[in-house]
Design a protein around this ligand. Structure first.
Ligand SMILES: [Zn+2]
Length: 325
């Protein structure tokens, strides 16, 4: 054998061993062996879509103060426990329709490098009509996939996941949660992230307050770099200035107390009164209607919910593992 042939044989053997060891990816790019690479983006065992289906198809509508809402809180608590968290149930009473009812928030904490914290919340209750898939099993599911993936991953900030009860009856859960925080905990909160109806609308949006716009600007810029389009309110309705949203979800109590918020939603601000209430060109409003079921939304928009949840998750996992102020 000539030297050239020997060299070619050696190269061929090297390539073969690399291929057998799995060092080649499908794209043909050569990468270091997996064990020598620090883990890339953390991954979740269960997807947001799966969490959403279990809550929405499994339980159905979850009106605060009813057994199905209690069942939902129990399921979320069980999910956190299975992931290795030690969830706390925070019970509270509220008045509605002249009577006093009870509901609960479910809270799970993941320690970060700093004791400064980001609160990540989504309401699990729904209205009676439909199955509360879009509003708001989708938001709880996105929160759960993040909690799932980040359980053992390093994060700059401590993350507090809160599944809020009784949002549909006037943000009772987030009010009760905020009232339970100490002055030090409030001072340590760098950001509140609210997920409310995050998959089904025509486009993905995020909002922040006008005077603390950095969360939506940062996240939308991050998304752009990943080839993901997240819009913000274009400000066509004078009641809701550019980049902001209305006083109708669990971000409100934080915003009123000067805490920056980042609110995710999937809707269409170009429709109706240009206030974000009409979610789709094709089917109009999905929220608070009998259309709010996974089967209806899938029939009208095949794959849309899964794609939006995945895109939002991808941007947020990057933001939560890297971003510091
Ligand atoms: Zn909602």
């Amino acid at each position: 054998m000539t030297r050239k042939k020997l060299l070619l044989l050696a190269v061929a053997l090297l390539l073969l061993s690399l291929a057998l060891s799995g060092a080649f990816t499908g794209t043909g790019a050569l990468q270091a062996a997996p064990q020598s690479v620090p883990s890339a983006a953390p991954t979740a065992a269960t997807s947001a879509y799966e969490y959403m289906a279990e809550l929405s198809d499994g339980i159905g509508s979850r009106v605060a103060g009813t057994p199905s809402a209690v069942q939902a809180a129990g399921l979320i608590s069980e999910w956190f426990t299975q992931l290795g968290y030690e969830p706390a149930q925070q019970d509270f009473a509220f008045k509605a329709g002249g009577a006093t009812h009870t509901s609960s928030n479910v809270i799970a904490t993941k320690a970060g490098a700093s004791t400064k914290q980001i609160i990540i919340g989504a309401h699990y209750d729904s209205v009676a009509v439909g199955r509360g898939a879009f509003d708001n099993a989708s938001g709880v599911a996105l929160m759960m996939q993040l909690a799932d993936a980040l359980r053992a991953a390093p994060t700059p900030y401590t993350l507090v996941f809160v599944a809020f009860g009784a949002e549909e009856l006037g943000e009772k859960g987030s009010d009760a949660y905020f009232a339970s925080l100490t002055a030090a905990q409030k001072a340590d909160t760098v950001l509140m992230i609210n997920f409310d109806s995050v998959a089904a609308g025509d486009a993905m949006y995020c909002y922040s307050s006008a005077d603390q716009a950095w969360p939506q600007l940062t996240v939308r810029s991050l998304a752009r770099q990943m080839g993901i389009t997240i819009l913000t309110n274009p400000g066509l309705n004078k009641d809701y200035p550019y980049g902001t949203t209305g006083d109708w979800s669990d971000h409100v109590v934080f915003a009123k107390n000067g805490i920056p918020y980042l609110y995710f939603e999937a809707t269409n601000w170009l429709l109706g009164d240009k206030d974000g209430y009409v979610n789709t060109v094709k089917c109009g409003e999905i929220w608070h209607s009998k259309k709010d079921t996974i089967s209806y939304i899938e029939q009208q928009f095949p794959g849309r919910m899964e794609a939006q949840l995945e895109a939002e998750y991808t941007v947020l996992i990057d933001f939560l593992t890297t971003y510091t102020r």
